[in-house]
Design a protein around this ligand. Structure first.
Ligand SMILES: [Zn+2]
Length: 464
């Protein structure tokens, strides 16, 4: 058997997941993610694919996050003619996220074109348009977990549960053009064990070669129980002060986790029941998707949503609904974006951050230079929507709501593989965490660990 694997992204970094597998009778793309965050991300996204979209025969996705799917509309726009394989949960989330991503791209191009016009430059085209996202969605083929499906001749695949976000999966791929089948495993992003809403990540029974994520390869997260204790304290403090609790949330995963956590504390009598506003159209759609797709949730997970929905979760879909929240008292307001860079959260911050009784809670990663990060670092004078505001609210960070397994979780996930691979590659991690994880896997399990860079090519075979 001959196969070649090229690392086109998420190699030495955490975004742009994209791996090209070439076998004798076809070419398969695993994930088709957008580069995000750092300065040259946009340049790399616009540079186009380092392969011909028309030459790819099948796409197999691990999960819906934009850094794993965000270039699909471009791939289809560039002439990719085939199917996009995914779990039902991934399809459900992509239906929300890909058109949203296209909308952002179109808006971005419009803004830049206006700016360029003032300088006498020609307008720019968006990375892709909403119609490309719709075309990509029509190519999706959903599959249940655990069942093998045909990818190309000589390759079949099945999905294992990975936790992380709704529908997230590891891919077990079997290459059959050889004396014996070759098992190639893509971990995708691996979630933590005991997530209250999502299934525990499952390790494959065997692997001949493995790609394992390493986002948190050098540290463990705070236990969820400690994070719940902290949230309970914040809610009690806000209650005493008579202020609202403002939580900037990421629409996928984190918002649902917060809703669950608040509900749990209220049911256990550890927090006073109060209105919870979910003020983000995308987070509302995603929350409904979590509720509708029971098969992708942890057993019992969907009931947690039913419970809180039965009492006082208020969906603020329209702009009018959002503005009306200004009159809310003793309430919790969950709004996007998660790093306070755009969206409705800015209005709530402008309205609330100058008040001492307000409690601002950060429950997710805040990248350098974002408004969220500057507030956490104690900046007192901030500019929000063109206005200088004094940050007088009390500010809290909660560290235990991660959608990723920590270092111990990743090592345990590897440890649970029955027949371990002779070689493996660590992907989806910055250099420091993945080097730390590589050392741990070598020391504890004798693993032979590669740390590929973008553009690296690997020959796979049964002797590897
Ligand atoms: Zn992810």
């Amino acid at each position: 058997m001959k196969a070649r694997l090229t690392f086109h992204g998420a190699a030495g970094e955490v975004t742009g997941s994209c791996y090209l597998l070439e076998v004798e009778r076809g070419t398969v793309l695993v994930d088709c993610g957008m580069f995000q965050g750092n300065k040259d991300a946009r340049v790399r996204n616009f540079a186009g694919f380092p392969f011909k979209a028309r030459d790819v025969h099948a796409v197999v996705l691990t999960h819906a996050h934009i850094d794993h799917t965000g270039m699909l509309p471009r791939l289809v726009g560039d002439g990719y003619p085939g199917a996009i394989h995914a779990t039902e949960g991934t399809l459900g989330l992509c239906k929300i996220m890909l058109p949203d991503s296209a909308h952002i791209q179109e808006y971005d191009a419009e803004r830049r074109s206006k700016y360029r016009k003032r300088r006498g430059d020609s307008p720019v085209e968006p990375l892709y348009k909403e119609k490309d996202a719709e075309r990509a969605l029509s190519a999706f083929r959903p599959h249940p977990f655990d069942e093998w499906f045909h990818v190309v001749d000589g390759v079949r695949a099945r999905y294992l549960r990975a936790g992380h976000i709704l529908g997230a999966a590891s891919i077990e791929m079997e290459l059959t053009d050889g004396d014996k089948p070759f098992r190639l495993v893509f971990s995708g992003d691996v979630g933590p064990m005991n997530d209250p809403l999502l299934p525990d990540p499952e390790s494959p029974a065997e692997a001949d070669f493995l790609l394992l994520e390493s986002t948190y390869g050098n540290r463990d997260h705070r236990p969820l129980s400690e994070t719940l204790d902290e949230l309970a304290e914040v809610l009690e403090s806000a209650d005493r002060a008579g202020g609202n609790v403002i939580v900037p949330v990421f629409a996928v995963g984190r918002a649902q986790m917060l809703i669950w956590a608040i509900g749990k504390l209220e049911r256990e009598g550890r927090a006073k029941p109060r209105p919870v506003y979910l003020d983000s159209p995308m987070a509302i759609d995603v929350t409904k998707e979590y509720r509708d797709l029971r098969s992708c949730c942890r057993r019992g997970g969907e009931e947690e949503f039913e419970r809180i929905n039965a009492r006082d979760l208020r969906f603020s879909k329209s702009v009018q609904d959002s503005i009306a929240i200004n009159d809310a008292r003793n309430s919790i307001i969950l709004s996007a974006s998660g790093m306070c860079e755009a969206g409705r959260i800015l209005h709530h911050l402008a309205h609330h951050i100058g008040r001492e009784e307000t409690h601002l809670v950060f429950a997710g990663y805040q990248a350098a230079h974002t408004l969220g990060r500057r507030l956490i670092e104690g900046e007192k004078q901030v500019r929000i929507m063109g206005r200088e505001v004094e940050a007088r609210a009390s500010i809290h960070t909660l560290g235990g709501f991660s959608a990723h397994a920590g270092r111990t979780g990743l090592i345990d996930w590897y440890g649970a593989i029955g027949r371990k691979p002779p070689r493996m590659a660590l992907v989806h991690g910055e250099d420091a965490p993945r080097a730390a994880l590589a050392s741990a896997l070598e020391a504890q399990h004798g693993a032979k660990v590669l740390q590929p860079q973008r553009g690296d090519v690997l020959e796979l075979g049964n002797e590897s």
